[in-house]
Design a protein around this ligand. Sequence first.
Ligand code: GRF
Length: 205
Amino acid sequence: MKRIAVLASGRGSNFQAIIDRVCDGTIPAEFACLITDNPSAYAIKRAKNHNISVSVVSFSDYPDRESYNQALENAMQESGADLFVLAGYMRLLKPETVRRFAGKMINIHPALLPSFSGLHAQQQALDYGVKIAGCTVHFVDEGMDTGPIILQYPVVVLSDDTEESLAARIMEFEHVSLPQAVKLFCEDRLEVSGRTVIIHDHQDE
Ligand code: GRF
């Protein structure tokens, strides 16, 4: 059975969506740990509710970015996880870290990439005036929100949408797509071929 480490910085509702699908047996995996950079993240409470161990690697505890990054990599390595899920982890990972865990890291982003990478993706979509927004789950590469795409879900933009209302509707699909991608990974059904992620059919034993 695969082991999952989740990296989250805040509320952790996507983390909770994965917890729910692991607990009901949909995702064939167990948790290695939660790794967070924020000692007051609500995600920590969610982990404790489910006896998932927590590793806090807080930027302010380290003298510089180098030592912070080393501590983060150590926590990731020590977790023994097969998969690292970035679920609202608000710090960019260094290229060395991404290379070290290549093919084992996925991220959820609240836009249809490659449009609207980075922060405030939902507001970017509104500002641009798109009619379809959505979310993307992708493998992490060295760029920002640029890795091979695993799943995308579209969400219609309404004429009276605010950043909050659009974000809330996209979030419903985040909570479906991220656990779905984690499940596919844990079932060894994802193959990366260049920029394309091939999803293999489920093989019954
Ligand atoms: C989500 O919108 C996710 O797409 C983005 O950060 C947000 C995290 O929300 N990367 P939560 O902490 O999972 O509730």
